[in-house]
Design a protein around this ligand. Structure first.
Ligand code: ADP
Ligand code: ZN
Length: 766
C-alpha cells in the first residue's frame, strides 16, 4: 500500500458508521485541532460533526477529503475518555460511531454557537492577543462568535486568551444551542433548594464507616486505580462514606462522578450531595431536555462542577480531572443498557477508573455475585459495614406461606362472580390471599400507631391477564407473545412490552360472550384492597403508570418522606434507596414472582429485591418488621434473606453457578436474531448455529473453551411484531468468545429482514 505523508486526522462521526475516517488537516488548522475536539467534515454531500481521535503524519488511505473547520477550541473529551471509547467499542462488538453517539448528547453532535461579549468597564491588558480580541470586539458592537474570531486570528493561544479575559471580567462567553432561541443561562446550576440545604447533618463517622473511609482516603492520597467493593447493610451509612471520599477528592483538586440507578427515585441523595457541594454539582440523566443536558455537559467540560451525579450514561460524563468514581447500588439491573450500545455502566465505570488512574467504589448491601467474587479473588478490595448506624437493629423478617395446604384459613372465598356488565369481571376470590391475615393485622396496627407501611408487588396493572370463563381464551398482545394486562382505572388492556393498548371489554373475541374475567393481581388491585382494609389511611401507589409524568416520581417520594402517605404500594421502584424514618412495616406480596423467571439470575435478583425493600423498614428509632408472603418459603434466597445473611446466600448461589458453569465462572454472549418473518428467523438462526458449531469443531481451541447453547426461540418469542431466536455463547475467556461472536456477524449474510443483535455480558435474556 502506498503511504502518503502529510497532516491527517482520524475522525469518528457519531453515527453507526463502521470505522473512523481519515481526513486531511489543512495547514492553518494543524496547530488548532487536537484529539477530543469536534470538527466539521464533509461526508458525501453533507457537512457533519466529527470528533478527532488522533492526529496522523501519514496515511495509506487514498484521496482523503479535508476538514472544513474546527468546532472547539479545546478538547471536550479527554484522553482517558477517548481511550475508554476505544475499549468499549470492541468489547461490546460495536463501532466507535455507536459509542460516540452514546457519549455525546444529541445537541453536541451538531454545531453549537459560542459568542463572546464585551462587559461594561475599562480593562487594560498587556498581552497582544488579548488586546487584539478586545479591539476586534469593540469594532463589532461588543459581540462576536468564537468561530469568526478563530477564523480571523489563528496562531497563538486564542482560547487561553479568551479565558483570561473572562477571568478578569472583561468578556462573557455565551453558548447557544442551535434551534433554541433563548440563551441558556449560566445560573442553571441552582445551589439546591433551600429546604435541602438546611439541616443536612455532618455526622461523626462510626468505627465501621471510619475504617472504610480511611482505606479509600489512603488510596486517594496515594493516587492510582483501585476498585473497592463497599458491602454495607441497608442503613449502614454508605452515602456518608461516599460524601467524605468525594470531599477528599476535591481537596486534591479533582472531580468525582457518582452513578445511581435511577435519578428521579433518589432525590434525597441529590439533596445530600447538593448540601455538601453547593452550586458545584452537575446532573446528567436521560429525562433532561436536550437544552438542559447540553448546559450540564458544558458546565462539566468547563470544570464548573466538582461532582457529577447521574444515571448509567453519566459514566461517560466529560469530567477532565476525574479523581473518583462511585457506583451506588452496583448490583442494580438498570446499569445495563438493553438497546443500542448494550453496555454495563458499572463495568464501564471500573474500566474508566483504570484508564483515569483513580479509585472506584462499588457500593451495595447486596453485591452482584460477579462483584463479590471479584472481591474474593482480590481484584476488588472488600470493605464491610455490618451494622446499621447508631446500632439500630436490622428489621425482623418473617414469611407467610401462601401454599394453601399451610394456609387453610385463607382459602379463596368462592368462585368467579357472575357477569352482568360489559366490562371484564375480576375474580374477587384471591383477595384474602393477596394480603394475608397476618399482614392485615400488622398493617392496621402500624396505621393506628401513626407509622408508615410499604407494600411491594412487582407487577403493575389491575389483573395480570383476561381469560374467558366459558371458552378459556386468553387475551394476548397482537405484536408480542405475551398476555395483555388489565388497567381498570384507565379502562384498558395494555401490553407491558410494546405498550399496545385497547379498551377493556368483557367481550371474548373467541366465543363472542361477555365472559372475560381478570386473573392474577397487580399493584392497582392491591391499592383498592388496601383502601377496603384500612379505609382511613392515606394510600398512594407508585409504578410506571402513576409516575409517567415528569417530576411525578419526585413529588410522590417527597410526600412519602414528609409522612403525608401512610401506606405506599408499588413495584420495584419503591425498593430503591429511600431513607424514611417513619417506615416500620414492609410487606412483600407474591415475593417469588421474580424467582420463577427463566433466568439463571432469578435467585440473585429475588434476594436483592427483597433485601432492598426490607431494608426500607426500621431506619428510625422504632425497629422494623418485614412480612414476606411467598409460595417458596424454603428457597435458599428466602431463607438467607430472613437471616440477613448475604454471605450465606452467596455461598449457596456460587455453588449453583459453578455447577452449571454460569457467570462468574464463565462469560456469556447472547446472539439474538430478529425478523418480522417467522420462518426466516428460524432458518437463519439454525444456519448460524450450524456455522458456529462447525467453526468450533474444527478449532480445538474454541471447542474446549466455548459452549454454544441453542439456537432456540427467545423466552418472549415475539416482541413488537418481530420473531426472536437466540444463541448463547458461554466460555471462560472473553477474547475467544468475542472472536466467535465476531465471526457470527461475518457469517450472517446481510439481510434486510433479519437483524442480529449482540449482547455481551447479557443481563436480560427474555
Ligand atoms: P445506606 O445507603 O447504607 O442504606 P444511608 O447512607 O442512607 O444508608 O444512611 C442511613 C441514615 O443514617 C441516613 O439518614 C444518614 O443520614 C444517617 N447516618 C449516616 N452516617 C451516620 C452517622 N455516622 N451517625 C449517625 N447517622 C448517620
Ligand atoms: Zn406487545
Amino acid at each position: 500500500m502506498k503511504r502518503e505523508a502529510g497532516k491527517f486526522a482520524r475522525i469518528v462521526i457519531p453515527t453507526p458508521l463502521k470505522e473512523p475516517l481519515i481526513y486531511k488537516v489543512p495547514d492553518p488548522l494543524w496547530e488548532q485541532i487536537g484529539a477530543g475536539m469536534r470538527v466539521l467534515v464533509p461526508l458525501g454531500k453533507r457537512k457533519v460533526t466529527g470528533v478527532v481521535l488522533e492526529l496522523l503524519r501519514e496515511t495509506v488511505v487514498p484521496g482523503t477529503r479535508s476538514i472544513l473547520a474546527p468546532l472547539d477550541e479545546r478538547p471536550i473529551l479527554d484522553t482517558a475518555l477517548l481511550q475508554l471509547s476505544q475499549w468499549v467499542a470492541p468489547y461490546y462488538l460495536t463501532t466507535l460511531g455507536v459509542v460516540f453517539g452514546t457519549i455525546l448528547p444529541p445537541s453536541l453532535r451538531s454545531e453549537t454557537q459560542r459568542t463572546i461579549a464585551l462587559k461594561p468597564g475599562m480593562f487594560s491588558v498587556c498581552d497582544a492577543l488579548e488586546k487584539r480580541i478586545l479591539d476586534r470586539l469593540r469594532q463589532s458592537k461588543g459581540k462576536l462568535t468564537v468561530k469568526k474570531l478563530t477564523r480571523e486570528m489563528y496562531g497563538g493561544d486564542l482560547h487561553g486568551a479568551i479565558e483570561r479575559l473572562e477571568s478578569i471580567g472583561a468578556v462573557e462567553i455565551r453558548e447557544r444551542l442551535p434551534g433554541h432561541r433563548t440563551r441558556i443561562e449560566q445560573t442553571f446550576l441552582k445551589a439546591g433548594s433551600a429546604a435541602s440545604l438546611e439541616a443536612q447533618p455532618r455526622f461523626i463517622l462510626n468505627s465501621e464507616q471510619e475504617q472504610a473511609f480511611l482505606k479509600i482516603e489512603d488510596r486517594l492520597k496515594e493516587g492510582g486505580f483501585e476498585t473497592f467493593l463497599l458491602h454495607g447493610v441497608t442503613g449502614s451509612g454508605k452515602t456518608e462514606v461516599y460524601l467524605r471520599a468525594m470531599e477528599q477528592a476535591r481537596r486534591a483538586g479533582r472531580g468525582s462522578l457518582i452513578l445511581i440507578p435511577e435519578i428521579s427515585l433518589t432525590p434525597q441523595l441529590i439533596d445530600r450531595v447538593n448540601a455538601r457541594f453547593p452550586g458545584r454539582v452537575g446532573i446528567l440523566h436521560s429525562a433532561l431536555s436536550a437544552a438542559e443536558r447540553w448546559t450540564q455537559w458544558w458546565h462539566i467540560v468547563r470544570g464548573n462542577v466538582d461532582v457529577v451525579v447521574g444515571a448509567r450514561s453519566a459514566v461517560f460524563a466529560p469530567l477532565t480531572n476525574l479523581g473518583l468514581i462511585i457506583v451506588d447500588e452496583e448490583h442494580d439491573p438498570s446499569y445495563k443498557q438493553e438497546e443500542g450500545l448494550r453496555y454495563n455502566g458499572r463495568d464501564v465505570a471500573v474500566m474508566r477508573g483504570k484508564l483515569s488512574a483513580c479509585p472506584v467504589i462499588l457500593g451495595s448491601a447486596t453485591p452482584a455475585i460477579e462483584s463479590y467474587q471479584n472481591a474474593l479473588d482480590g481484584r476488588y478490595r472488600l470493605l464491610e459495614m455490618t451494622q446499621r448506624v447508631q446500632r439500630r437493629p436490622l428489621p425482623f423478617i418473617e414469611t407467610v406461606d401462601l401454599r394453601s395446604k399451610f394456609n387453610r384459613s385463607q382459602q379463596p372465598n368462592g368462585g368467579r362472580v357472575p357477569l352482568q356488565t360489559d366490562s371484564p369481571q375480576v375474580q374477587q376470590s384471591g383477595e384474602h390471599r393477596l394480603i394475608s391475615d397476618r399482614l392485615s393485622v400488622f398493617l392496621r396496627k402500624n396505621y393506628h400507631a401513626s407509622r408508615q407501611s410499604l407494600i411491594f408487588l412487582n407487577r403493575r396493572g389491575f389483573s395480570n391477564f383476561l381469560q374467558c370463563v366459558l371458552c378459556g381464551h386468553v387475551l394476548r398482545c397482537s405484536y408480542c407473545s405475551v398476555t395483555l394486562t388489565l388497567h381498570r382505572r384507565q379502562k384498558n388492556v395494555c401490553c407491558h412490552h410494546c405498550n399496545f393498548r385497547r379498551a377493556a371489554t368483557a367481550l371474548c373475541p373467541e366465543c363472542g360472550n361477555l365472559t372475560l374475567s381478570g386473573v392474577g393481581v397487580g399493584t392497582e388491585q392491591i391499592e383498592e384492597a388496601l383502601h377496603r382494609l384500612v379505609p382511613a389511611a392515606r394510600i398512594a401507589r407508585m409504578d410506571r403508570d402513576t409516575t409517567s409524568k415528569r417530576g411525578a416520581h419526585e413529588e410522590l417520594i417527597r410526600s412519602w418522606e414528609k409522612g403525608e402517605i401512610d401506606i405506599l404500594v408499588g413495584t420495584q421502584m419503591i425498593t430503591k434507596g429511600h431513607d424514611v424514618t417513619g417506615v416500620t412495616l414492609v410487606g412483600a406480596l407474591l415475593a417469588d414472582l421474580s424467582l420463577n423467571l427463566p433466568d439463571f439470575r432469578s435467585g440473585e435478583r429475588t434476594f436483592q429485591l427483597l433485601s432492598q425493600v426490607a431494608g426500607r423498614s426500621g431506619r428510625g428509632d422504632e425497629p422494623g418488621t418485614v412480612i414476606i408472603q411467598t409460595y417458596a418459603p424454603d428457597h435458599y434466597a428466602i431463607q438467607h434473606l430472613i437471616h440477613h445473611d448475604y454471605k450465606g446466600f452467596f455461598a449457596a448461589e456460587i455453588e449453583f453457578r459453578r455447577a452449571l458453569n454460569y457467570p462468574p465462572f464463565s462469560r456469556l454472549v447472547c446472539l439474538r436474531l430478529e425478523s418480522p418473518k417467522f420462518e426466516e428467523v428460524e432458518k437463519k438462526a439454525r444456519m448460524l448455529g450450524a456455522t458456529l458449531h462447525d467453526k468450533t469443531i474444527h478449532n480445538a481451541r474454541l471447542r474446549e473453551k466455548i459452549e454454544i447453547l441453542g439456537p432456540a426461540p427467545a423466552p418472549i418469542e415475539k416482541l413488537r411484531n418481530r420473531y426472536r431466536w437466540q444463541l448463547l455463547l458461554k466460555g471462560k475467556q472473553s477474547s475467544s468468545l468475542l472472536d466467535l461472536a465476531k465471526q457470527a456477524c461475518e457469517a450472517l449474510p446481510r439481510s434486510r429482514s433479519v437483524r442480529l443483535h449482540i449482547d455481551v455480558d447479557p443481563y436480560n435474556m427474555l
